[in-house]
Design a binder for this molecule. Structure first.
Ligand SMILES: Nc1ncnc2c1ncn2[C@@H]1O[C@H](COP(=O)(O)OP(=O)(O)OP(=O)(O)O)[C@@H](O)[C@H]1O
Length: 210
């Protein structure tokens, strides 16, 4: 079962950006890297694939079903790891509470401590709030939260852009292990070298003038 963007286009409501027809396939068990310069539309593609944006034309399908038909559910269990862990986190919730809530939305039983260990995070940190941990620790907690949903696909949008080498390695190792277990991963980055070291396949998004 693959997640497929087929000739998807998108025009920002302000007309300031137009994504030209774009093809992309996320396959189970593989890490696909999407690379391209800043502003070329990588996050736009991530949001189209995860159902947060509706394409102007073309389609996004998960296992052959248009994601728009899966209203009220994340399409094909796609989880999005945002590039900014602070804005993606509720400041009032402990990391543990956010993680268990994320799992309960999907009705998935979860062991928060085991997930923390999996992403290289000290489980004791789960009892803190976002402002009480470092950026790298928070991003690892966000990865644990995304994995708690047991997604079929994970879209990691510049998930390591501002992280130290230790956190970057922890996240890369987790993604590889999960991909080896069948998860389809789309890793978005502007760092071609990182993409080549992580990914099974590298897809370049073409640059274009607005
Ligand atoms: N909030 C916004 N307001 C206005 N224009 C925006 C906004 N967000 C994105 N854009 C426009 O949409 C284009 C595509 O943005 P997008 O975030 O998809 O690019 P990106 O390749 O992910 O960039 P980056 O690598 O810097 O994260 C940008 O060039 C920008 O001009």
């Amino acid at each position: 079962m693959t997640l497929v963007a087929d000739r998807v286009t998108y025009r920002r409501p302000d007309g300031g950006f137009v994504l030209p027809p774009t093809d992309l396939t996320v396959r189970p068990g593989r890490i696909t890297a999407l690379v391209g310069p800043s502003g070329c539309g990588k996050t736009t593609v991530a949001h189209l694939l995860s159902g947060l944006l509706v394409p102007g034309s073309g389609s996004v399908t998960a296992g052959g079903v248009d994601v728009r038909r899966r209203r009220g559910r994340l399409p094909g269990h796609t989880a999005l790891l945002d590039q900014d862990p602070v804005s993606a986190s509720d400041p009032h919730l402990t990391l543990r509470r956010a993680l268990t809530l994320s799992a309960s939305v999907r009705g998935v039983p979860v062991d928060p401590d085991a997930l923390a260990v999996e992403v290289g995070l000290d489980p004791a940190l789960l009892d803190r709030r976002p402002a009480e941990v470092s950026g790298g620790q928070l991003q690892r907690a966000c990865l644990a939260r995304a994995l708690a949903q047991e997604p079929r696909y994970l879209i990691a949008d510049e998930a390591t852009a501002h992280l130290d080498p230790l956190s970057t390695t922890a996240i890369a190792r987790t993604l590889r292990r999960r991909a080896d277990g069948g998860l389809g991963v789309l890793a978005i980055t502007h760092d071609l070298r990182l993409a080549e070291s992580w990914a099974d396949e590298v897809v370049e998004l073409e640059t274009h003038a607005p």
